[in-house]
Every structure is written in C-alpha cells, then in structure tokens.
Design a protein. Structure first.
Length: 493
C-alpha cells in the first residue's frame, strides 16, 4: 500500500491476557472440589453459588502458587495485595461479581524471555476465580448452565504490548505452559481450559509510538488458534486502515472453522466493572521470609537447565531443547546421568550425557508414547537405564543388542547384564578367542584375500561377517575388524 508514492508499513502491537487454572484440590474461596471432569453441577457449594450468608476464605495454596509463578517470571512480589469484586452480569456468574484483583495485584513488573533477544514484559499477575460454563448446543431453545467451574482458582498473566506477531504469541504461550508445568501449579491442558488466552491487538504506522485502536479476541484455547486469530486480525485491521476506515474498539471471537474473527460486543472499560475491595476478604500479605521459603523450594527452571545442558554437558542445542521441554523428561535424564556417573565409567561427562540423551530422546520417549505411559510411570527406572548405557559404552554389547535389551527390560525387571547373558547379547571381546577364528576365515577364503590384496578393500566386510557367524553371542565388530586388518597386513605379499 502506498501514500504519496511512499510505501506505508503497519506494525502489529499485541498483548496477551493468559488465564491459568491452578492445580489445587479445592476452589479458591471454598472447600469444594476443583477437579475437572465431573458431571454438571456436582462440584458446587454455597460460596461458589453466592448464596446468602456464605463467606469466602482464600485458599493458601493459591497465594503460594501465585508467588511461585511471579518469581519464575521475574516479578516484584507485593507485600500487600487486595482482593476485589469485579461486577458484571452474566448467567454463568451467580454472585453477579467475580473475585479478582485490580489496583493491588500480587505480582507486578516482570518479564519472560521467549527466545534469544526477545524479552516480553509482564505487567501483572493477579489472583481471581473462574466463572461457570454456558452450554448453548444442547437445545437451541435453551442455555444450560454448569456451575462446576465457579470459584476454581486462576492466575491471570497480563503482558505488556511487546508481541509483534501470531508466531511470537504462540511461542510466548508455550513458554508459559512450560513454566506452569515445571512449577507444578497447573497442568497447562488447553483442551480442558486450564490455559486460555485473550489477545489485545492493534496496528500502527511503523515508527509511531501512539497505539492504535485495539480489539480483543476472547477465550482461545490452543496455540494454533492464538497464532491464526492474531494473524487474521492484524491483516483485517491493516486492510481497514489502508482503505481509510476506522477500527472499532470491540471484543471479538475467533471461528477456526472459517478462519475469521467476528464481533461479540462493544468493549467495556475497567470502570464499567465497578471494582472495589471485597469486604469479606482481608488483604493478602506476603512476607520476605515467606517469599524466600517458596523460592528455595522451586525447581531449577527450564532456561537455566537448557544453559547447563549446553555448557556443562556439552549437549547439542537440539538435545537440550528436547530434554528440558518437560520437567519429567529433564528429571529422568539427570537421574540417569547421575546413576551412570556413580558407576564410575572412564568416559567424559560430555560422552556420558550424549549417550543418555540418545537413549532418552530415542528409546524412552518413543516407548512412553507407544505405551501411553508417563515418564514417571515408565518401567525402566533411571538406575537400570544407566546400567544399560554403561554396557554399551564399555562395548560389552553392540548397538543392536542395546536395542534388543532395552525392549526386554520394559517387561523384565532383572538387571540388564543378567538379561544380556541369558539372551547371548554379550559381545566377545577377547583377542585370544577371536584370533583363531580370524585366521581360519582367511585360510578358507583365499580367493577373497587375493581380491583384497589387489585393491578391493571393501571386501573386508565379507570377512567380518564370516567371523561374526562363528559365535552365538555378538563379537565386538570393531575388534574383529582390527584383527582382520592386522592378519591381512601380516599376510600381504
């Protein structure tokens, strides 16, 4: 698009509001179950339904989880934060207000690095409760209401308008999911609504500082939807402005079937919600000692682990990325590596790490997927996998034997060395045992020996195969090759 002969370039400006459902047993302000999957209206109580005379009591786990996430996102943790009532009418909100935080959130002014050189500011993280669920597809004449979700604890993570594309928003969401799973504060299951996203999108002329008119896209629950919806909305707004039209400040919904956003309602401003401090709930106080106790009990976070794997273990960046994506995989890898190191191998730490990485990324993750088991429930415990890796690194078994032994260990709980002996998987590595067989093979195949001397060196594979067939177990192929070359050189005319 051009203006006065000059190209006009618009820049997207994107901020996300991510709602993360917490892994607490009970709801945010009542003892009722917060578990997902119950039949409609089974997990309800007077507090979540807003019945007269009921009083909320804040779940202490919600505070702990909020501080965990705030520390992981480099936020300042407020010593004193306030729970507020956010008023609006909707059928799935029985109290007529939602308990949330407004002026005094529990976490502020943080950031999240989504990749090298791309830091996204975090405006705030605040505590709130979820609303119920309206069901419109049961009967066109009625709207059915399921109040199970009312009062389920959430953290809302509000970013600065630092994102510039749907792809960046996708990556940002994935980083949040990775973090909350590492911290064990949420399962991050987007299909069940544990992680949902609202996107605020505007465009402006490149180089300008003033923000354009924004629209909000509500309730997206997949990484793909977030990316596609944002890219569509950026293009829609760019086309409107390029045609001399205005962008309307409104809330929109994403229809993935047709690949478009459509209007939902005009956008409310904060004052429309009539926020005020909840008179039934005291301020949330987080002391310095509480904060430090929570910090001390946090796991090593994925970015720190990634850096450690690349720098200390000298793993390729690809391996480090795969291994640190899920905490359970990283934990399994590290426990296996610790066990292998304790066995006292002579190999370097880098060599040990790469061997374990290959087993975990290849065999273990494949088997978990095929058998539909979690890493925690995988039958080959880290100590046993370390012993298998040790057998392979010491050339006690071949690479093909290692695969056979791994499959056997999934159902056989015995030590890998015992299984290997029983199945004749131990490599013959004694020179005195192999040497006579090498000499015999060369004597019996004098024609092929002459071909080797005339320059056909590839025929050495034939000799190796002949030697290997003389044993029930598998000889060490490297040693066999070395002995054959030594004997051929001794016999060379």
């Amino acid at each position: 698009m051009t203006a006065s002969g000059n190209a006009v370039v618009y820049e997207p400006v994107i901020g996300l509001e991510v709602h993360c459902q917490l892994l607490t047993d009970s709801k945010a302000f009542s003892p009722d179950s917060a578990k997902f999957g119950a039949a409609p209206n089974r997990h309800v109580d007077p507090v979540s339904l807003g019945l007269p005379g009921s009083l909320p009591v804040l779940n202490a786990k919600v505070i702990e989880f909020a501080v965990r996430l705030g520390l992981a996102m480099n936020c300042e943790i407020s010593e004193r934060s306030v729970l507020a009532r956010k008023h609006y009418f909707y059928p799935d909100l029985p109290k007529g207000y939602q308990i949330s935080q407004f002026e005094n959130p529990i976490c502020v002014a943080g950031y999240l690095d989504i990749e090298s050189g791309r830091r996204i500011g975090i405006t705030r993280i605040h505590i709130e409760e979820d609303a119920g669920k309206s069901l419109h597809d049961q009967d066109p004449k009625y709207t059915l209401l399921d109040y199970n979700r009312c009062g389920v604890p959430l953290l809302e993570i509000v970013s600065e308008p630092d994102l510039r594309s749907g792809a960046e928003a996708n990556r940002y969401m994935q980083k949040i999911r990775q973090l909350v799973r590492y911290l064990e504060i949420s399962d991050g299951n987007m299909e069940e609504g544990s992680l949902r996203c609202d996107a605020n999108i505007s465009v402006r002329l490149e180089g300008e500082q003033v923000l354009g008119t924004k629209t909000e896209i509500k309730n997206m629950n997949s990484f793909r939807h977030v990316e596609r919806a944002i890219d569509y909305e950026v293009q829609r707004q760019t086309t409107l402005l390029g045609s001399g039209e205005d962008v309307t400040h409104e809330t929109r919904l994403w229809d993935d079937t047709v690949g478009k956003t459509y209007p939902m309602r005009s956008k409310e401003e904060a004052h429309d919600y009539r926020y005020f401090p909840d008179p039934d709930l005291p301020p949330v106080l987080v002391t310095e000692s509480t904060k430090e106790t929570i910090r001390a009990n946090m796991p090593e976070l994925p970015d720190a682990r990634y850096l450690n794997y690349v720098q200390q273990f000298q793993l390729p960046e690809y391996d480090a990325g795969i291994l640190t994506e899920e905490r359970s995989v990283a934990d399994y890898f590290e426990r296996t590596l610790d066990s292998l190191y304790a066995l006292g191998t002579n190999d370097s730490l880098a060599s040990q790490a790469k061997t374990i990485s290959n087993f975990v990324m290849g065999d273990v993750m494949r088997a978990c997927k095929e058998k539909d088991v979690s890493m925690e429930g995988f039958p080959i415990q880290p100590g046993r996998l370390a012993k298998l890796a040790s057998l392979r690194m010491r050339s006690v078994i071949s690479s093909s034997a290692a695969q056979t032994l791994f499959e056997a260990m999934i159902t056989d709980e015995r030590e890998p060395g015992i299984i290997a002996k029983e199945q004749n998987l131990i490599q013959v590595s004694d020179r005195g045992t192999l040497q006579p067989v090498v000499e015999s093979v060369l004597e019996e195949n004098s024609k092929q020996v002459e071909m080797y001397f005339r320059g056909k060196e590839s025929i050495i594979g034939f000799f190796i195969g002949q030697v290997m067939r003389q044993f029930k177990g598998a000889p060490d192929p490297k040693l066999v090759q070395s002995l054959i070359k030594e004997e051929l050189n001794r016999r060379r005319p």
